[in-house]
Design a binder for this molecule. Sequence first.
Ligand SMILES: *Cc1c(COP(=O)(O)O)cnc(C)c1O
Length: 399
Amino acid sequence: MDGSNLKLQHGRATRAIHAGYEPADADGAISPPVHFSSSFSFASAADARDAFTGDRPAHIYTRISNPTLDLLERRMASLEDAEAALAFASGMGAITSTLWSLVQPGDEIVTDLTLYGSTFAFLHHGLARFGVTISPTDLSVQKGLDVIAARRPRLVYFESPANPNMRLVDITAVSAAAREAGALSVVDSTYATPCLTRPITLGADVVLHSATKYLCGHGDALGGIAAGRRELIDTIRMTGLKDMTGAAMAPFNAMMILRGLKTLDLRMERHSANAEIVARWLSHHPVVAAVAFPGLGDFPQRALAERQMDRPGGMIAFELTGGLDAGSALMDRLMLIRRAVSLGDTDSLIQHPASMTHSTYTPEERARFGIGEGLIRLSVGLEDPADIIADLEQAMPAI
Ligand SMILES: *Cc1c(COP(=O)(O)O)cnc(C)c1O
């Protein structure tokens, strides 16, 4: 069952629960069986040969494919309105496997200015060592589109919303500019999830996720996803994943993420509603200097947010008037909100990007790429919003 019937007829909340699986295929089990096997047997030597030549589609080894990973992949392809998807051990596994598959020495990647810390490090300290040119460019303005047209890179890479400062990139405009320049567009949509934004529908070639975050949703499994055209996903599977990184997802993690997906739509609705209440409260607090949240009326890219995102999501970036010292003091006084990296969990999590997730940048790079030293990143969880606000309130510095 490929669940394609569901893709056409049903809404995203329904597909998150059903796509790709029919209980009739597994003795009526409502909850799909989990295949922990690392390899799969062949009926005969000829059967094995046909599996390796690709003449007969078959599972061979779990680093390449596995029935449980296959279900997660089909479900994610359905949610992203993509032809195919591929699961990885982590978000970084998805990012590195995808880029290793699609670029070679001499190629250029135009990236947006703001990227997740390990992505930034992989590009600038990893791929750059192998003869790939990395060109950071502000993709949120027309000038960035002109750079794509002028440089005609192999690939354009960006996040929307960007981690950690919430900058948005117009996926439709940048993907169109990339296509015109003969470049592939690859977007990390971890913050948005398919419930808020569908990058493939907007024209992107590949959409990436750290499934560790909202897709899993409970902070108990790492994972990554890539989705796009079948031909691209097949290439990433058979080169980047199989022969380069080997970053295959464990079947157990696929089970955890399939479970998380069942409530994704519901959770994104509540994450967004809670974050909106918290962001509004922060924006009125006298010691808060700035709040970046796509749901606020004064968000600088409000029109794009309304066009590209069904909801504002659960992530907030803010800065206190006292800068880094005030932010650190706030973090130390919190009692309910956890001081931790990661995001998209049921639990509210807070962190300081400059000293934590984005310490892979030098201070000069952070200044250049729009990551403030005093910026605090808050992943608003599913607790009662009044309790999240009460915790922030008691921890705020005196006016
Ligand atoms: C966390 C994150 C990653 C990396 O994912 P892992 O699952 O931690 O490897 C990549 N991109 C973004 C936007 C992230 O938030």
